[in-house]
Design a protein around this ligand. Sequence first.
Ligand code: CA2
Length: 148
Amino acid sequence: MSQRIDILNGPNLNLLGVREPQIYGHQTLADVEQLCRGFAKTRDLEVAFRQSNHEGQIIDWIQEARASAAAIIINPAGFTSTSIAILDALKTFEGPIVEVHLSNIHRREAFRHHSYVSLAATGVICGLGTHGYVLALEAIADLIETPV
Ligand code: CA2
């Protein structure tokens, strides 16, 4: 039976491809979902791809993932540097967690450099655009097959 990977996207990522293409590129979040689904098929993984502008909704999805997902990929967006509550929820999840950022947060404003989420993440990918999501899925597929 295929395992489910939850891909959670935080606030404003629904605007991807619509605003600020010089930072986040021209692909929409629907394009990212397509990319992820295409790759997931090659590794027999199921994907739940979600976006919310609401912190509590993201926490609910993380709690739900505890019972039903093998791994989490999360782009916490603006909650990255602020949300101890998302960190606390992620810490209760037992499988691999990969934090993804489209942009290289370390080349941007100082307030973007610190991530609470990284304290719970197995790995972090940033600066590689939408390909970062595929790399995260690939890493997770390998981790699930051969846990470290
Ligand atoms: O680089 C990333 O993926 C970020 O997580 C994106 C967040 C930002 O707060 C993080 O520091 C880095 C912002 C997401 C907002 O997405 C937009 C997309 C298009 C237009 C406007 C915002």
